[in-house]
Design a protein around this ligand. Structure first.
Ligand SMILES: Cc1cc2nc3c(=O)[nH]c(=O)nc-3n(C[C@H](O)[C@H](O)[C@H](O)COP(=O)(O)OP(=O)(O)OC[C@H]3O[C@@H](n4cnc5c(N)ncnc54)[C@H](O)[C@@H]3O)c2cc1C
Length: 257
C-alpha cells in the first residue's frame, strides 16, 4: 500500500506564548508533532505492517520541521518529505497548504492518506477534507478504528462520543481522532535508523507552483489572548446571609438577574 501521512509541526499548547503587536511570540517554545498526527503516523505504520507497502510522511513548513519528520521516521515511517516554504512564502492559510499538497500528490499513486483531525494550534480542521475534495477521493474524519480488506475499508468514527460505522473504499483520506491507537515512542534503534532514512526536501518551484497560485484567500485581522480571569469571590458567614449576598452580587455586579 502507498500510505501517506500529513504531519504538522506545532508548538506545544502547554507552552507559554505571548502576543506582541498582534504577532504570536513563541521564542523558546517547545515544538512537537501535532498530537493528532501522531495517531496518524502510528496507524500508518500498523497498516503497512499488516498489508505491506511504504509510509511517507509529508510536511509543509520550515527547515526546523526536519526534527519532527525524523521523529516520525524513528517511530517507523519509511520516508519523509519536507516541502520547505521558508524562502518563497511569508504568509499562508488553509488554501495555501491544500494547494501545495494537491500539487505534491498530483503524480503520486495513493492508497490512503492519514492526517490529524485538527491541528492544535490553529484548529481549523480544514486541511484533510479540503485535500480529499481536490484529489477527488473519499474522506472520513475523526476515525477511531480502521480495517482494510482489499480495497474495502471499514471505519468507526467518533461523533461527539457516539460511534458511526462507515464502509468505504480505497483510495481514501482519513483524519485521526484520539482513541484510534497509542502512538509508540521512538526506540533507540529506531532513532539510529531514522538518521539514514530518506528525507527529501522540495520547494514550491519543484511542484511547478509559483507564489501567486498559493496566495492565501483569508487574512487574519487580529490576534489577541483571552482576558486574564479575575480572582473568584468566596462568600462567608451564615448560609442565609451568603444567599442574600449572592443574589445581590448577581444583580449588581454580574448583572445576570
Ligand atoms: C507557506 C505557509 C505560510 C503560513 N503562514 C502563516 C502565517 O503567517 N500566519 C499563520 O497564522 N499561519 C500561517 N500558516 C499556517 C496556516 O494558516 C494553517 O496553519 C494551515 O493552513 C493549516 O490549518 P490548521 O492549522 O487550521 O490545520 P488543520 O486543518 O486543523 O489541520 C488538520 C490536519 O491537516 C494536516 N496539516 C495541517 N497543516 C499541515 C502542514 N503545514 N503540513 C502538513 N500537514 C498539515 C495535519 O494532518 C493536521 O493534523 C502558513 C502556512 C503555510 C503553508
Amino acid at each position: 500500500m502507498n500510505i501517506y501521512v500529513l504531519l504538522k509541526r506545532t508548538f506545544d499548547t502547554e507552552e507559554k506564548i505571548s502576543v506582541n503587536n498582534g504577532v504570536i511570540t513563541d521564542d523558546g517554545a517547545e515544538y512537537i508533532i501535532n498530537p493528532y498526527d501522531e495517531y496518524a503516523v502510528e496507524e500508518a505504520i500498523n497498516l503497512r505492517d499488516e498489508h505491506g507497502g511504504e509510509v511517507t510522511v509529508v510536511t509543509i513548513g520550515e527547515e526546523e520541521a526536519e526534527k519532527q519528520l525524523r521523529t516520525a521516521l524513528a517511530m517507523g515511517a519509511d520516508k519523509a518529505v519536507l516541502i520547505n516554504t521558508e524562502d518563497d512564502l511569508e504568509e499562508g492559510d488553509q488554501f495555501t497548504t491544500v494547494k501545495i499538497l494537491e500539487a505534491f500528490f498530483e503524480d503520486k499513486e495513493v492508497d490512503i492518506i492519514l492526517g490529524g483531525n485538527v491541528a492544535i494550534d490553529e484548529a481549523s480542521g480544514q486541511v484533510g477534507p479540503r485535500l480529499a475534495e481536490r484529489l477527488d477521493i473519499a474522506c472520513v474524519t475523526t476515525i477511531t478504528d480502521i480495517k482494510v480488506d482489499g480495497t474495502t475499508v471499514n471505519i468507526e468514527r467518533d461523533v461527539e462520543g457516539d460511534v458511526e460505522k462507515v464502509e468505504t473504499s480505497l483510495p481514501l483520506l482519513v483524519t485521526c481522532q484520539q482513541g484510534l491507537n497509542e502512538p509508540r515512542y521512538p526506540s533507540l534503534p529506531g532513532i539510529m535508523k531514522a538518521k539514514k532514512k530518506p528525507l527529501d526536501e522540495l520547494e514550491i518551484d519543484d511542484l511547478d507552483l509559483d507564489e501567486d497560485e498559493v496566495e492565501p484567500k483569508t487574512k487574519t485581522t487580529e490576534i489577541f489572548l483571552p482576558p486574564e480571569k479575575e480572582a473568584g469571590k468566596v462568600l462567608e458567614g451564615e448560609v442565609d446571609d451568603q444567599v442574600k449576598e449572592l443574589v445581590s452580587l448577581l444583580k449588581t455586579e454580574a448583572k445576570v438577574l
